[in-house]
Ligand binder design. Structure first.
Ligand SMILES: [Zn+2]
Length: 255
């Protein structure tokens, strides 16, 4: 059974969203923020599915707009929660997930309450720290630990339709993403390791059959647009700091 990607919007104007991966079962990607659990269950029902169909909740990374509703969502759908345990300390109440601005939009966004949203801490059930096949959970998709945006960031690929969920490796639109010009690639508000973001995007762009890139803020993006954006970043970075996004990619290809 083919897997379908269904976006679940948490705000107007395509600014923040989660995703459902719907196949024989349903995998939820990200719990969203305030009220997100109810919005996700409503979206499940609109898709003709119920909480009983959910086999797994995967939290792509621990920024509050992705992880804040994990506990309420788990209560509603009663499915295990998976994430990269590299970020365990950011969800168990020990530390806040870092938010290093990528530019002016990120610096301004840091002055709003959303990046500082407190949420109920939790202990995930399953560690995803390597490539992970979701077939066991009734969905034809693969999870890749990509890091970069945060240390344990995850991306998702549905090979049958060529859809990539790049989550916050990149965004589309204006400001922090969404609003207008959603197909225009931009940096999301925060990244911890831009060089790793560029390496991961370079690798993901090589996925066979890639046709569409979903992101949480704005989008979707066309792979050609992301390739061009990456090449532009490559040229400007190479000129300024010597951190060339393509450099790691090339080394890896040649190794
Ligand atoms: Zn994020």
């Amino acid at each position: 059974m083919q897997t379908t990607v269904v976006p679940v919007h948490h705000t107007p104007l395509n600014v923040v969203k989660s995703f459902l991966l719907i196949g024989e079962r349903v995998v939820i990607v990200d719990a969203g923020m305030r009220g997100g659990a109810v919005r996700i269950v409503n979206a499940l029902q609109r898709s003709g599915r119920s909480p009983a169909d959910v086999s797994l909740i995967v939290i792509s990374h621990s920024h509050p707009d992705h992880a804040a509703e994990t506990v309420p969502l788990k209560r509603l759908v009663r499915a295990p929660v998976a994430m990269n345990f590299a970020e365990l300390k950011y969800v168990d109440g020990s530390e806040r997930c870092p938010s290093t601005p990528t530019g002016l939009a990120g610096r301004l966004f840091l002055k709003t309450p959303l990046p500082h949203l407190q949420f109920e801490s939790f202990r995930p059930d399953l560690n995803i720290d390597r490539e992970f096949d979701l077939k066991l959970y009734g969905v034809e998709a693969t999870i890749f630990p990509v890091g970069g945006h945060t240390p344990g960031s995850l991306a998702f690929y549905v090979p049958s339709t060529g859809e990539l969920l790049a989550i916050d490796l990149i965004a589309g639109g204006i400001g922090i993403g969404g609003m207008l010009f959603n197909g225009r690639p931009i940096f999301p508000p925060f990244h911890e390791d831009k060089a790793q973001v560029f390496r991961s995007l370079g690798q993901l762009l090589k996925l066979p059959g890639l046709r569409k890139i979903h992101v949480c803020h704005g989008g979707p993006l066309r792979p050609e647009a992301v390739s061009r954006w990456l090449a532009k970043m490559d040229r400007s970075k190479a000129g300024r700091s010597g951190v060339a996004p393509g450099a790691g990619r090339e080394r890896r290809t040649m190794a």
